[in-house]
Design a protein. Sequence first.
Length: 160
Amino acid sequence: MVEINKIIAIKLIFIISVVALASAFFIEHILGHQPCNLCILERIPYFLAITIILFNYKFVHLEKHFLLLLFLIFLAATILSLYHLSIEQGFIEESLVCDLKNSSNLLSKEDILKQLQEKNVSCKDVTFKIFGLSLTNYNIIISLLVTYITAKIYLDYDKN
């Protein structure tokens, strides 16, 4: 098996998380592609990873626990991304999560007009692709990679 350097891997996960978030915000705010609700939820693991890794440098004695937490977070991220991909591909119908903005109770006509002017993006619509793959596809790849790396480091932790 391949030996994974723990320090380099943690730094790499940190860099991947920063680049993923920076790319998402660039695509949204600079290029003008609105994300769906699931796309926004898929950003949360990267925020959590950055936070956990920063805490890891302060509380080094809890590193093994932080690695387990990173593993669980990116495992959940993989499942969420696979769920999103199934909606994009039409295998699963959109759920309430995809329709959170539309499920609120509108009380005034100003709220109704504001809601009509907002561009709501469906979770099944792919608004941005890179090399023919949606960002959900890339999120699955990244999440699987980070899940594997953190699992490998965690399982080999006491050997180092």
